[in-house]
Design a protein around this ligand. Structure first.
Ligand code: SF4
Length: 400
């Protein structure tokens, strides 16, 4: 492409799906996992029984994003191909893409400033902010957009809120790429605003302010990093529309919707509710299905413990682990290597803030007949799930 020409954006792949299918399957599929699914999601070896959740692993958005990245690498063999950062939150998948020659703009030594018309940039499944997209376009980069349709649905509603004068109240993590991108959509209309709440406790603070006002400075200090520039709770909490990061705990997103709606009802009454509160269905069906599946598994099977597989910075995996840990002992592991021995397991503590390092626990594998529940986050390939089952078998069945 020549300088000054408009950027080309590929949003539906690059017509190379069949050409990369073999490589994708070799890198991410597992014959063992397919067998377990065929056997009713149950695996037995000696004293070990593994119950696999009926929905787990790669979601449709991740599947598509990784597919498009492989297609981009295949199509543009003679041009530098970049990712803005992690395509999904799984280190194994990102390492495979690095090994294929795709460069990460988030890596040390890389810079957006050097990008130009010869460069190809892949946008991740959780999208990029409005400003980042404009920058890539201004540089004339060729773009391969893998933003998931479920994320686009949230953006569409957030821009509607902004257009209609409603503040987007986003249930999410304000540092997460998807939430930053979603929040940026609120600013595409003059006067658009957003506020990000992490959990029910933060939503309660917002509800208290909606009902009775409060100390403006204390509120702004608490949400300093989570609001749009110039946010004023006295002005910007009068009309609120709910949205969420698609990978949050869905039961909590729904609960937040209920309490915020009630706060608006208390403040303005039923007749005025529609003028002050809006919500829409932003639940990503893949996230919902994976969360429902572990609840279902734990209701059906009396497991001794749960193993949840996924990147430690994967929001949906952390939330699966939270769900499980409320019911049974749960270990969130990154891969099979975390199962060091029958005595030692390396894992991420459940329910703690992002950034906490892996810890090591002992005596995690009980003696005798053993029933283990297993699931994996939406960015975990089946190949890793299969290796975890193999490792559990080694630790419980095979001699030595
Ligand atoms: S978790 Fe949901 S929103 Fe995110 S990529 Fe997967 S399908 Fe799309």
């Amino acid at each position: 492409m020549l300088p000054g020409q408009p950027a080309v954006i590929y949003r539906k792949g690059l017509d190379l799906k069949d050409a990369v299918a073999g490589a994708l399957s070799a890198d991410y599929d597992s014959a063992l996992v397919e067998q377990i699914k065929a056997d009713g999601y149950r695996y037995v070896a000696g004293r070990l029984t593994v119950h696999l959740a009926h929905e787990f692993g790669f979601c449709y958005g991740v599947d598509r994003a990784v597919d498009y990245a492989y297609q981009a690498r295949r199509r543009f063999t003679d041009r530098p191909v970049f990712l803005t950062g992690e395509i999904i939150h799984n280190p194994h998948v990102n390492d495979k893409l690095r090994a294929a020659g795709i460069r990460f703009l988030s890596d040390a030594g890389e810079s957006t400033e050097r990008l130009g018309p010869d460069d190809v940039v892949i946008l991740p499944a959780f999208g990029v902010s409005v400003a980042e997209l404009a920058d890539f376009q201004a540089r004339g980069c060729t773009l391969v957009d893998t933003t998931c349709g479920s994320v686009l649905n949230v953006w569409k509603n957030v821009t509607r809120y902004a257009r209609d004068g409603f503040t987007a109240l986003i249930h999410g993590k304000y540092k997460h790429e998807e939430t930053r991108a979603t929040a940026s959509q609120a600013l595409t209309f003059p006067g658009g605003r957003y506020l990000v709440v992490l959990d029910r406790a933060e939503a309660d603070v917002v509800c208290d302010y909606i009902r009775g006002g409060g100390d403006r400075d204390t509120f702004l200090t608490r949400f300093a990093h989570a609001v749009s520039p110039g946010f004023d709770p006295d002005r910007d909490l009068l009309r609120v529309g709910l949205a969420n990061q698609t990978t949050m705990l869905m039961s909590e997103s729904l609960e937040i919707g209920v309490v915020v709606e009630q706060a608006m009802r208390d403040r303005y009454g039923d007749a005025e509710l529609a003028a002050h509160y809006r919500a829409f269905d932003t639940i990503c069906s893949a996230t919902q299905e994976r969360q429902d599946a572990v609840v279902d598994l734990l209701a059906r099977e009396a497991v001794d413990l749960m193993v949840v597989i996924g990147g430690y910075n994967s929001s949906n995996t952390c939330n699966l682990a939270r769900l499980c840990a409320a019911r049974v002992p749960t270990y969130h592991i990154a891969d099979a290597e975390c199962l060091a021995s029958g005595q030692t397991i390396r894992h991420r503590p459940v329910g703690v803030a992002k950034g906490v390092a892996e810890i090591q626990s002992g005596a995690w594998l009980p003696d005798g007949a053993l029933s283990i529940g297993l699931t994996a986050g939406a960015s975990t390939p089946n190949a890793i799930v299969g290796r975890v089952v193999q490792r559990l078998t080694e630790l419980t069945v095979l001699p030595g």
